[in-house]
Design a protein around this ligand. Structure first.
Ligand code: GBH
Length: 456
C-alpha cells in the first residue's frame, strides 16, 4: 500500500495578488504589482490582477471547493497593502476583517489556515522609498507581521514569513522580470539580505502573538545536476546551487553566506569586494533565529552544462533530460524532488519539511461534456506524490504537500496564458470547474495514499 503517514497535511496554495482581484476596494493601497502590470510590455498578455479570480468576493465558494476536496490545510497569502495601505503606520480594519472572515470560514470547513505574510505584493509606498533594497523595509515588515498576527494569531497557527526570497531578489531586482522591474545586482543582493533579516526578526514577533505558533519560511529550491562528470560542469553546478539554494539555506541555518558564492558575485562585478556592504553586526544571528519547519517550493531540477568551454568540446552528456516539459518549458523531473528533500534533511536537518508548492502549467480547458481532462497535470501530480513518498521512505520528515494551485490564476509576467489550477476558471464568467486533477487529488486525500483511480 502506498500510504502516507497519518496526519500528513494535504493542502493547496494560492497567493493574494494572483487570485483576489478587488485591488481598489476597502482602502487597499497600491502594490508594486499594480504598478508593474500597468507598465506596457511587462506582462505578456497585457493583463493584471485587478480582477483575477475575484476571490475577494468569491472566497466562500473557493472554501467550499476545498472542503469538497477534503483538504486539511489552505496556504494563502496576505496582501500587505490591504493591511497597511502605505506600508506602515495606518492600519486598515477592512483589510484585516477580510482575512479574519476567511480564517473563520476555513476553520468552519475543517481546514487549517497556513498564512504566508509576503508573496510579492509590496506596498508601492515602500518601493518609492527603495523597496527591499532599503533597510527600512525590514522594520516595516516586522510591523506588518505584528499587526496581522495580533489579529489572526488566536486562530491561525501556521505562519510562513516569505515566499521564495530568490524570486523576490533576482526576478524583482536583478533581471527585472517581476515587480518592481529593477535590473541592479547590488540592489538584488541587498534585497535578499533584507528579506532574510525581516524573516528572522519577524519570527519572535509571531511567537509572541500566536499561541502554539508554527513558524517557517518557504524557499524555491532547484537541485542541480551536472550534465557530464567534467570538472567544468561540476563547477557550473556548484555555482548554480550556491546562488539558488545555499545563499538562502546557509544563513537561515546558521552558516552565514557561503564564501564561494560571495567570490562568484565579486567575479561577476555584483560586489566590489568580499565585504557585504549591507551586512551589519547581529544580522546573521537574527537570520538564523530557529524556526519550526522549512517550506519547499519545487517545480523542476536544473541540468547544468558549463558555458566556459565550447559545446563541441564538452564531455558527453551523462544525464538524460526528459523530453516532457510543462508549458512553462520546465522539465518534468520528479526524482529531483526526492533528491532535494533527502539532501535538505541530510545537509541542513531543518526538522519538519513541507512541500509548500508543486504543480504544472497545462492549458487544458473543458471538453464538450464540460469535463476538464487535464491528463498531463494528473500525471505530474502522481509522479511528484510518488517522489514525496519515496523521500519519506528514505527517512525525510516530510509532513505535508500543498499543490500549486487551487485555481487557474494570474501567472505574473505570463498573465492568464498559463494555467496552474486544479480547478479551471472561466475568466469571462468566473465559473469554477474542478479538473480531473482535482478529482484525483480528492481521492488521494480521502485514501491518504496513491492507490486510487480516476473514473474513466
Ligand atoms: C512559484 O514560483 C510562485 O511562488 C508562484 O506564485 C507561481 O505562480 C508559481 O511558482 C508558478 O510559476 O527555467 O528551469 O531555470 C516559481 C519559481 C523560479 C520556478 C524560476 C522555476 C525557473 C526554472 N520559479 N524557475 S528554469
Amino acid at each position: 500500500m502506498r500510504q502516507f503517514p497519518r496526519d500528513f497535511v494535504w493542502g493547496v496554495a494560492t497567493s493574494s495578488y494572483q487570485i483576489e482581484g478587488a485591488t481598489d476596494v476597502d482602502g487597499r493601497g497600491e502594490s508594486i504589482w499594480d504598478r508593474f502590470s500597468a507598465t506596457p510590455g511587462k506582462i505578456q498578455d497585457g493583463t493584471n490582477g485587478s480582477v483575477a479570480c475575484d476571490h475577494y468576493h468569491r472566497w466562500r465558494e473557493d472554501v467550499e471547493l476545498m472542503r469538497w476536496m477534503g483538504l486539511k490545510s489552505y496556504r494563502f497569502s496576505i496582501a500587505w497593502p490591504r493591511i497597511l495601505p502605505a506600508g506602515s503606520g495606518k492600519v486598515s480594519q477592512a483589510g484585516l476583517d477580510f482575512y479574519s472572515r476567511l480564517v473563520d470560514g476555513l476553520l468552519e470547513a475543517g481546514i487549517e489556515p497556513c498564512v504566508t505574510l509576503y508573496h510579492w505584493d509590496l506596498p508601492q509606498a515602500l518601493q518609492d522609498k527603495g523597496g527591499w533594497a532599503a533597510r527600512d523595509t525590514v522594520s516595516a515588515f516586522v510591523e506588518y507581521a505584528d499587526v496581522v498576527s495580533q489579529k489572526l494569531g488566536d486562530r491561525a497557527k501556521r505562519w510562513i514569513t516569505h515566499n521564495e526570497p530568490w524570486c523576490i531578489s533576482v526576478l524583482g531586482y536583478a533581471n527585472g522580470e517581476h515587480a518592481p522591474g529593477i535590473k541592479d545586482w547590488g540592489q538584488a543582493l541587498a534585497t535578499a539580505h533584507h528579506v532574510l533579516l525581516s524573516h528572522g526578526q519577524a519570527v519572535p514577533v509571531l511567537r509572541s502573538n500566536v499561541s502554539k505558533a508554527d513558524v517557517g519560511i518557504t524557499l524555491n529550491l532547484v537541485p542541480a545536476e551536472p550534465a557530464s562528470p567534467s570538472a567544468e560542469d561540476l563547477e557550473a553546478c556548484r555555482s548554480f546551487d550556491g546562488g539558488f539554494n545555499r545563499w538562502y539555506l546557509d544563513p537561515i541555518y546558521g552558516r552565514g553566506y557561503p564564501r564561494d558564492v560571495i567570490q562568484d558575485h565579486v567575479a561577476a562585478g555584483h560586489l566590489k569586494s568580499d565585504t557585504l556592504p549591507f551586512l551589519r553586526a547581529g544580522d546573521l544571528e537574527d537570520i538564523a533565529t530557529p524556526i519550526d519547519f522549512l517550506g519547499v517550493n519545487y517545480y523542476n531540477r536544473a541540468v547544468l552544462r558549463s558555458d566556459r568551454i565550447p559545446e563541441s568540446q564538452n564531455a558527453p552528456r551523462a544525464v538524460h533530460v526528459s523530453s516532457e516539459q510543462t508549458e512553462m518549458g520546465w522539465e518534468v523531473s520528479p526524482h529531483g524532488l526526492t533528491q532535494l528533500l533527502v539532501r535538505l534533511h541530510q545537509d541542513y536537518n531543518p526538522g519538519r519539511l513541507y512541500v509548500t508548492e508543486n504543480g504544472a502549467a497545462y492549458g487544458t480547458g473543458p471538453d464538450a461534456d464540460g469535463r476538464v481532462r487535464d491528463t498531463k497535470r494528473v500525471q505530474y501530480l502522481r509522479l511528484h506524490l510518488e517522489a514525496s513518498l519515496e523521500a519519506i521512505r528514505q527517512g525525510v520528515p516530510l509532513h505535508g504537500y500543498f499543490a500549486w494551485s487551487l485555481l487557474d490564476n494570474f501567472e505574473w509576467a505570463y498573465g492568464y496564458q498559463k494555467r496552474f489550477g486544479m480547478v479551471y476558471v472561466d475568466y469571462a464568467t468566473q465559473k469554477r470547474i474542478p479538473k480531473d486533477s482535482a478529482h484525483l487529488y480528492r481521492a488521494v486525500v480521502a485514501q491518504n495514499g496513491l492507490d486510487v483511480e480516476l473514473a474513466a
